[in-house]
Design a binder for this molecule. Structure first.
Ligand SMILES: Nc1nc2c(ncn2[C@@H]2O[C@H](COP(=O)(O)OP(=O)(O)OP(=O)(O)O)[C@@H](O)[C@H]2O)c(=O)[nH]1
Ligand SMILES: [Mg+2]
Length: 584
């Protein structure tokens, strides 16, 4: 059983042992949870991966219980929505708390441990990331630590499943026992106590820094961090764009065009008589022709490669380092460097990116990041469509489109920073250790993301294509085109058939791009069409998540703002482009 919570709802669990997994962000709680309950939850090497709780069942011998993966928190004074969830869960009570400690940052982690001690729930301390601590020359005497904390301490390497069964056993044994809450200490006393404990239990041998440790330092300083960031960007783009193009033109397109499409056409022509139904199936916009080619041969390779690269960057711990380097730039538009993670996530899909903003410390920042992501950041499917559309004709046009997107992000950021009341607050941007991504976790993550893409994107895409086939076959498209003529043909300089993009773009963002593939456009028209698609309406799922996380009014306001921008910017590019072409 698994259950994902949302916000403030209470977790009622009848007669079962209830164990909370708590700790600072990025200490391995979600990995421990997934291994002990068998319920997969996302883990990543940065703070704030888990922004809501998940419930899973645990069994040990004949005892049954539930475990709850709680969002990471530094203190028990909630400073973000994700932390609010953590505090609410603790206040609701449990039979035991597993306090997960990062063995490489014992002092900082003990701060939360002492805060938990002020509650009466029994605590089991899980000293995780012991492999990384060892790599860094850190040894911790767990027996001494256990004495100091007056509770069991179990050392673990969660990703290798080391120590987790012991942890579960101890937690179940201790669940429900009584513990006297300890008095609250003021900050100074608490830190004195923590420092004394760390001195007693921890020893560190100074070693010559390893290459990874050197890289850890290099990647957060402007030199050589910025050149490294560019290198990472170029390699990532090479893999996604180059690899995607190769996969598409060498494997998928020939397979679809030479094998699947002729096969379907032959079968359908044999069974279905010529007419509307046959056209819907295998005609110009046939669901069995375009419905297979667009999602599987054009979009899928880019989405797959994007998630391979992104998941690698995510699990290696590199993304927050980019946040440090971009902090200065992002601060100018009123957001902290840590928000680079939801922004980068937006290049995959805006939905998890908007949910990820729950880790931001102020409402203003949450709203700004969510709006930026909905505004001008193309999702992976849309990028795939752009590469398919522009990449083959003109790489310069493709680069120009991403530059426009970047410029608009900066402009929108500056405007929102002025208009939205409130201030952004310094956000604790913790820099994780650089880690080699765990293979099995990586594979699982990729599988889940691709499954999600197939269900959430491919199905609506095929429905959109069916709609396209219907409007094209029934003549509705012609009427729609006449109606939109002044806008599409006059202002944007596109052929009237491009109206189909506007119609389908309501369903999914990449569907605002793909119909343009069939229209023989010149490079300027391609760029104009792409810019319309870039800003056009957020897709339905993004609209829904904006309404849920903020309000319907906010979702509508963002939708109107992006759509108006789509026509204004694209039209201006068309008019200016024509002027330039006329002069040249
Ligand atoms: N090397 C190593 N990596 C680990 C270990 N435990 C977890 N990790 C990695 O540490 C990172 C953080 O793990 P998560 O489980 O996402 O951390 P979390 O505590 O749930 O973080 P939040 O959800 O942000 O609070 C991931 O990249 C894990 O693969 C471990 O024992 N050793
Ligand atoms: Mg987590």
């Amino acid at each position: 059983m698994s259950c994902h919570g949302s916000g403030n709802q209470s977790v009622a669990v009848d007669n079962k042992i209830k164990i909370l997994l708590m700790g600072n962000p990025n200490v391995g709680k979600s990995v421990i949870f997934s291994k002990l309950t068998g319920v997969h939850v996302e883990s990543s090497n940065y703070t704030g991966t888990t922004v809501d709780y998940t419930l899973g069942e645990i069994n040990f011998k004949d005892r049954e219980g539930v475990m709850i993966d709680v969002p990471g928190t530094y203190s028990l004074e909630a400073s973000s929505e994700a932390e609010e969830v953590a505090v609410a869960l603790l206040e609701e009570g449990a039979d035991a708390v597993i306090c997960v400690l990062d063995a490489t940052h014992l002092d900082r982690n003990l701060d939360l441990a002492f805060k938990l001690k002020e509650h009466s729930i029994p605590i089991i301390y899980c000293l995780n990331l012991m492999d990384v601590a060892e790599r860094q020359g850190i040894t911790i005497d767990t027996e001494k630590l256990s004495k100091e904390l007056d509770g069991p301490v179990i050392s673990t390497v969660a990703i290798k499943n080391i120590g987790l069964q012991d942890l579960l056993k101890k937690s179940i044994e201790l669940a429900g026992t009584a513990r006297t809450p300890e008095p609250e200490l003021d900050d100074k006393d608490r830190w004195n106590k923590i420092n004394k404990i760390v001195d007693k239990v921890q020893s560190k041998v100074e070693k010559e820094p390893t290459f990874i440790e050197k890289l850890e330092n290099w990647t957060i300083q402007p030199w050589p961090g910025i050149p490294i960031a560019f290198l990472v960007l170029i390699i990532s783009l090479g893999v996604v764009v180059g690899g995607g193009k190769g996969l598409r033109s060498l494997v998928l397109l020939p397979l679809v065009k030479k094998v699947i499409v002729p096969l379907f056409t032959t079968i359908v022509s044999m069974i279905v008589p010529a007419g509307l139904l046959r056209n819907l199936l295998v005609g110009e916009f046939g669901i069995l022709i375009i419905g297979i080619e667009w999602p599987f041969a054009l979009i899928l390779p880019y989405v797959l490669l994007f998630y391979i690269v992104f998941s690698f960057l995510e699990d290696s711990g590199y993304l927050p380092r980019l946040g440090v380097l971009a902090d200065g730039l992002l601060k100018r538009i009123g957001i902290q460097g840590g928000n680079i993670i939801p922004i980068m996530m937006g290049y995959g899909c805006a939905v998890p990116a908007i949910l990820g903003t729950r880790a931001a410390t102020t409402y203003k920042e949450r709203l700004m990041v969510a709006a930026l992501v909905s505004f001008a950041i193309p999702c992976a499917s849309q990028s795939g469509a752009f590469i398919a559309l522009l990449g083959d004709r003109s790489i310069a046009a493709l680069v120009l489109m991403y530059l426009i997107s970047f410029l608009v992000i900066v402009m929108v950021g500056i405007v929102m920073n002025r208009v939205i009341p409130g201030k952004s607050q310094p956000m604790l941007l913790e820099i994780p250790n650089l880690l080699m991504p765990d293979k099995s976790a990586f594979k699982k993550k990729l599988k889940i993301r691709m499954k999600h893409f197939l269900l959430e994107a491919e199905v609506p895409m095929m429905l959109g294509i069916l709609l396209a086939a219907i409007v094209a076959e029934t003549g509705i498209l012609d009427k729609f085109s006449i109606w939109l003529g002044p806008l599409v043909e006059g202002w944007l300089g596109l052929p009237k058939e491009a109206s189909l993009s506007l119609l389908l773009g309501i369903i999914r963002r990449e569907l605002a791009v793909l119909p343009l593939l069939e229209l023989n456009l010149n490079t300027l028209q391609l760029l104009v069409g792409s810019v319309v698609a870039l800003f056009y309406l957020p897709c339905l799922s993004v609209f829904a998540v904006l309404a849920k996380e903020f309000s319907l009014k906010t979702a509508i306001a963002i939708g109107i703002a992006t759509t108006v921008s789509a026509f204004v910017f694209a039209g201006l590019i068309n008019q200016i482009g024509r002027l330039i072409l006329a002069i040249v």
